[in-house]
Design a protein around this ligand. Structure first.
Ligand SMILES: Cc1cc2nc3c(=O)[nH]c(=O)nc-3n(C[C@H](O)[C@H](O)[C@H](O)COP(=O)(O)OP(=O)(O)OC[C@H]3O[C@@H](n4cnc5c(N)ncnc54)[C@H](O)[C@@H]3O)c2cc1C
Ligand code: SF4
Length: 558
């Protein structure tokens, strides 16, 4: 490891673009492609840069994924003949309600049409974004993976001027290593924030600019996923299965997903809604338990687990979408929260929103405008099929939260049918508390006995994190920041049995006894960047900040 030197002021490089995009997920990449397409159609030039914190595009992408091709069809109409990795069309769609020893399959005819996966594709969103990045680069977009964006540059009148990438080569104590390189300033006429669920800059902008004053708080879930390779004779390409119910109790929302795709691959995953109440809930262990249910286990028996990861997802839907624009910038994709929760689908809306923001930004630049508010973008969103889709399902999550899984799912289903048949219905249920405020006190809650992993179908957390390929530079500043370092032991532990020990899917947080005293340990090197701690800490004491660019998970095919 290189020696550390005292910090000194180094000259920061500045680069100017027409449009700066933070995040190479489906939203950011679709926006970049649309900008270049518009320029090419009108024989104009436009400079576009996409910055990505993962070591390569897709390294930090984790999704199901069953993808609705509506956005790809609009963005790249010939995508099926362009070597896209999305090859497996959905062939069968199953939905079960489970109890411990069995379950019931809900006939497809009872499901509202918007829940159907007919015409969708099962695959890896990470691999798709890699391919989208290639398409973007072929059109002249500059895509830079390995650059975490850590700051927003504001102008004299509060307008967003651009962003700054994180310094590289900073030691844990703040001193500079030999490898120190200051971050780069990238300025744009417009900056699009496409960081996905609970983006760190997006969170700061939402707070600073009061973007959620009218929408109220966003809701979240944590999604855990494994990739399995199974025997060829068991593989049913395009089989899609979702479950609700066991192992979660009726008051805890969530469920499993299982998708057969590619060459004998199965994505199996589990979502736990982060408004759960029992502080002893352990989403990782709920996922492991879920795999032991015969309806899931039968797909995995004889197979081999090859990858693991976790990521938060937005669940607030239509009524939690914040104001999308502000002078100089816009939120796109899941940074704004365009996820359709009952469908567990957000990537198509992420792309559609990116395209709409790109169209607004391109038109503004063509008019000679710069760093003003792109009002045409929210106007396009309001008039879009995306909003129509999200409106139809807007009451489902609030009904689940209010009435629990059994009754909530039934009422949610009725509400979706009503909104499908009578789209003019106006009733919108509000979300109740923000997710950090929903925990019961540990004294009033029951610990959950999860049993031990068998090493065949169920696993421990550390061997799982190993499969995420997670890596963080040695001796770098801890990127999980505690506003008050005493809160975990003095408040969260007595009140909530410090839930971070259980909700973190990478065992970053531990309460350790040393010589009769308790200490809160942060194993930051394990962090898979899911952002759950930033959402769920009951004291809102933890802030997730981007570590050095390129650090974090190295997901393949996730
Ligand atoms: C478990 C799970 C299952 C899902 N299943 C499905 C499904 O089956 N179908 C579906 O359509 N959707 C599904 N979704 C939702 C879908 O993944 C999201 O809607 C989609 O990924 C959102 O796209 P995005 O571009 O907004 O954000 P993301 O896909 O999250 O991409 C954001 C990118 O920005 C980068 N980034 C973030 N912050 C910074 C920063 N500060 N600096 C630089 N780079 C940054 C990230 O590394 C990442 O690459 C699922 C989500 C989860 C978690
Ligand atoms: S530390 Fe936070 S962001 Fe990192 S894996 Fe744990 S919960 Fe997720």
């Amino acid at each position: 490891m290189s020696a550390a030197t005292e910090p000194e002021t180094a000259e920061r490089e500045t680069m100017a673009f027409d449009v700066v995009i933070v995040g190479a997920g489906p939203a950011g990449l679709a926006a970049s492609i649309r900008l270049k397409q518009l320029a090419a159609e009108q024989d104009k030039e436009i400079s576009v840069v996409v910055l990505e914190k993962g070591s390569e595009v897709g390294a930090h992408i984790l999704s199901g994924a069953v993808i609705d091709p509506v956005a790809l069809d609009r963005l790249l109409p010939d995508w099926r003949n362009m070597g896209s990795p999305l090859q497996t069309q959905v062939s069968e769609d199953r939905f079960y309600y489970l109890w411990q020893t069995g379950g019931i399959r809900v006939p497809n005819i009872f499901m509202p049409p918007l829940m159907s996966n007919h015409g969708c594709y099962a695959g890896s969103l990470g691999t798709l974004t890699k391919w989208l990045a290639e398409q973007a680069e072929a059109l002249g977009v500059e895509v830079y993976p390995g650059f975490a964006v850590t700051e927003v540059i504001f102008g004299a009148n509060g307008e967003v001027e651009g962003v700054i990438t994180g310094d590289m080569g900073v030691a844990r104590d703040g001193s500079h290593k030999d490898s120190y390189t200051p971050g780069i300033a990238l300025t744009g006429k417009y900056t699009l924030f496409a960081e996905g669920a609970r983006g760190s800059l997006s969170k700061m902008l939402i707070r600073k600019l009061g973007l959620d004053e009218e929408s109220g708080p966003q809701k979240f879930g944590i999604g855990l996923k494994e990739l399995w390779e199974i025997p060829a004779e068991k593989h049913k390409p395009g089989l899609v299965q979702h479950t609700m119910g066991w192992p979660l109790d009726d008051k805890t929302g969530g469920g499993s997903f299982l998708y057969h795709f590619g060459e004998n691959l199965v994505s199996v995953g589990f979502v736990v809604h982060l408004d759960y109440a029992n502080p002893y809930t352990n989403p990782f262990k709920e996922f492991q338990r879920a795999k032991t249910h015969p309806s899931i286990r039968t797909h995995l028996d004889g197979g081999k687990r090859i990858a693991y990861g976790a990521r938060a997802l937005t669940e607030g839907g239509f009524q939690a979408i914040p104001r999308l624009v502000f002078p100089g910038g816009a939120l796109i994709g899941c940074a704004a929260g365009f996820m359709n929760v009952p469908r567990i689908k957000g990537s198509h809306n992420a792309m559609l929103s990116g395209m709409m923001a790109a169209e607004a930004a391109f038109a503004a630049i063509e008019q000679g405008r710069s760093r003003d508010t792109l009002e045409a973008y929210p106007q396009a969103v309001t008039a879009s099929s995306m909003t129509a889709e999200l409106k139809k399902v807007r009451n489902v999550k609030p009904l689940w939260s209010r009435f629990g899984t059994r009754l909530g799912v039934m009422l949610g289903g009725i509400d979706m049918w009503l909104n499908t048949i009578f789209p003019f219905l106006g009733h919108t249920l509000k979300h109740l508390k923000p997710d950090y405020a929903t925990l019961n006190k540990a004294a009033d809650a029951k610990p959950i006995d999860y049993g031990k992993p068998d090493g065949v179908i169920t696993f421990d957390i550390l061997s799982s994190v190993f499969l995420s390929g997670t890596n963080h530079a040695e001796n770098e500043p801890v990127h999980l920041k505690l506003a008050d370092p005493v809160i975990p032991i003095e408040e969260n532990l007595p009140e909530y049995a410090e839930p971070a020990q259980r909700y973190c899917p990478a065992m970053v947080y531990e309460v350790i006894e040393e010589g009769g005293t308790l200490r809160f340990q942060i194993n930051a090197q394990n962090c898979v960047h899911c952002k759950t701690c930033d959402v769920k800490d009951p004291a809102q004491n933890i802030t997730w900040a981007p570590p050095e660019g390129g650090d974090g998970p190295n997901y393949v095919n996730m």
